[in-house]
Design a protein around this ligand. Sequence first.
Ligand code: G2I
Length: 448
Amino acid sequence: MRSLRTGLSLASLLATLGTLLLTAPAAHAADTPLRDLGTAKGKVIGTAVTGSKLTGTYGDIAGAQFSSLTPGNAMKWGSVEPTQGSFNWAEADQIVNFAEAHGQQVRGHTLVWHSQNPSWLTNGSWTPAQLGTLLDNHIATEAGRYKGRIAAWDVVNEPFNEDGTYRSTLWYNGLGSGYIARALTDARAADPAAKLYINDYNVEGVNAKSTALYNLVKSLKEQGVPIDGVGLQAHLILGQVPSTLQQNIQRFADLGVDVAITELDIRMALPADSTKLAQQKADYKAVTAACVAVTRCVNLTVWGFADSDSWVDSTFPGYGAATPYDANYAPKPAYYGIAEALGGTTTPPPTGACSAAYSVPSQWNTGFTGNVTISCSGASLSSWKVTWTYGAGQQITQAWNATCTQTGAAVSCTNASYNGTVPDGGSVTFGFNANWSGSNPVPTVTLG
Ligand code: G2I
């Protein structure tokens, strides 16, 4: 059984902790971490990360389960050079250092893209010669800074339109399609050991866009341009894993390049339910199995490992639950889909549970606001009660979305008339204000 996380979570005021599962069996990680299952199959298993989150439970999972990290945003041009000539490497450095401390690779993401560029660059008016110099210098600076520490660079990101024509971008419009070869050549010079990739989305199956990418890679190789791999982002929709995924991976492998699944997530219409989560498990398993089937598919990376840390929800309103861990960092069926495709067999997938998680979103000199979120996956509740014991004299003064009573150190909160139902795949949050002095340790909460 997954144990209470109080000890871990004390490290961070904002950490969610004190999780207790109501219904057995508990969702808990397979005995063998994904990274070790991957190693046994010759695959590197990665996740996109945010540097500031690499502590507490998030850091524990990122370090224990994955053998590769991709900075989700930290290495993009707009992040590293917000003002021309003035650099901010803090988050990128933090992620690279964390990866090295945990024996992990880093996928650098990304050197040349049309998005998340600094405004000084996008708003500037540049001659082609100036643009080329900017490109050369950027790659020399960034890839040079991390020389020898990056396993693979997404050198060029998203160069194609859906129909396989080149996307109209700052780079294409200024330099023509030759910007791609130029960027790859620059990257090789800056960091000869890094594998150099072109990365795109909607290129997972055989289609016009992936065929354009295929033809580009073939032509680059024929010209002797350094290109080592293609990244298939794989931002997928539930039940829509392309049937030609493995065939497509194989045709790139046959060209003599590596393939990586670089940004896997599989979104569903919310709310999640056990049927959708089971389909998602099958989808994650199918994607992983396609990579396992092709020797040159070297890396499978998820674009954020937890549902609370995904770009999907804000970008596709009404969709979410796209990652292998839920918002309380419990592994979902999708996690076991990846594990099973990598040969993991030890732990049966969870059949359902509800849990409660306590957090402190804000604290001031004498008071704090607390939240408790009750979440269900593969189970549901029609009423609920959450209890805990304060260890340092904290006193609740006011609660909302629940009725809370405190007797001495013992707190008991029950649902309000309108929020007793927690559906399968859903959650309910209540909040409170409380006083504290001296210290404000986070209690272990019990649901039930
Ligand atoms: O859009 C999903 C991915 C598609 N492929 C390339 C990836 O680089 C891209 O990642 C996402 C990040 O996950 C998001 O986190 O790229 C987005 C931007 O296109 C990122 O979103 C940005 C927001 O737009 C900003 O408002 C925010 O400040 O994230 C920034 C940092 O949180």
